[in-house]
Design a protein around this ligand. Structure first.
Ligand code: ZN
Length: 246
């Protein structure tokens, strides 16, 4: 019986190899067990640090589940695909080592822009998401540390602005609003309808570039809410809490 089982596996391996030569379009898709493992290792949340959307929940009624998560390939399942690595064996390509759990939107995002979403970046995302899931599991409420790679990247790139934001967010009244405006120079009497912070290009010479990074790069830490009379932005809650805690 044991012998027979081994023969069958040898035959399956041979057949797979043969089909691969015969059909170069063949994809090394993840088996269900790998998809399941990838989802559970990050607590079913999207691994993009700027997203973290839940990907699993209940269907209406007493039974059934809804899944909006995707086991995405870090390097493509087939030749010619995003970040394809010809050096991997089919087994490596379809193993958890080559996968990352994402929501459907982020899964499309990483394949649409491979210049930005490199193999290294996705591996970093996965590692950070696993750290966050572990922390959530252990119910540690410690301040964010190594897992908040993108926040720390913002700090590294624009320490002066982040420091000023940090000083500004220490106040309960600001958390309701989370808004700031951008001016060329400090302007006496400038008023924005709600409580807000002000950052000036005079103090931060590359302010526009820094805001562009915070607005679009990876996470969307800030959202533009007005460009008239001045540029105004709102800080997203996750970034705001990080500024408060770090
Ligand atoms: Zn996502």
């Amino acid at each position: 019986m044991q012998m027979l089982a081994m023969d069958i596996w040898a035959a399956i391996r041979w057949a797979r190899r043969y089909r691969r030569c015969d059909n170069p379009d063949m994809r090394d898709d993840f088996p269900a067990s790998v998809k399941d493992e990838l989802a559970k290792r990050v607590g079913f949340g999207c691994s993009n640090p700027g997203c973290r959307q839940a990907t699993s929940g209940p269907q209406e009624g007493p039974a059934g589940t809804v899944n909006v998560g995707v086991a995405a390939h870090i390097t493509s399942a087939s030749e010619g695909g995003p970040r394809y690595n010809p050096d991997l064996t089919p087994e490596q390509r379809s193993s958890a080592i080559n996968g990352i759990w994402l929501c459907q939107t982020c899964a499309k995002l990483i394949d649409d822009d491979v210049q930005r979403y490199t193999e290294d970046k996705l591996i970093e995302w996965r590692s950070d998401a696993e750290t966050a899931a572990r922390r959530a599991l252990e119910q540690r409420k410690s301040p964010p540390t190594e897992s908040d790679g993108v926040f720390l990247e913002a700090q590294r790139l624009m320490p002066k602005l982040i420091d000023e934001m940090r000083t500004d967010v220490r106040g309960d009244d600001r958390e309701l609003v989370r808004e700031f405006v951008v001016l060329a120079v400090p302007t006496i009497g400038y008023s924005w309808p709600r409580g807000h912070s002000v950052y000036t290009e005079e103090t931060h010479p590359t302010l526009q570039a820094q805001l562009a990074w915070l607005e679009v790069e990876d996470a969307g830490f800030i959202v533009g809410i007005s460009n008239d009379p001045g540029f105004a932005y709102r800080i997203v809650p996750e970034f705001y809490r990080w500024l408060q805690s770090a």
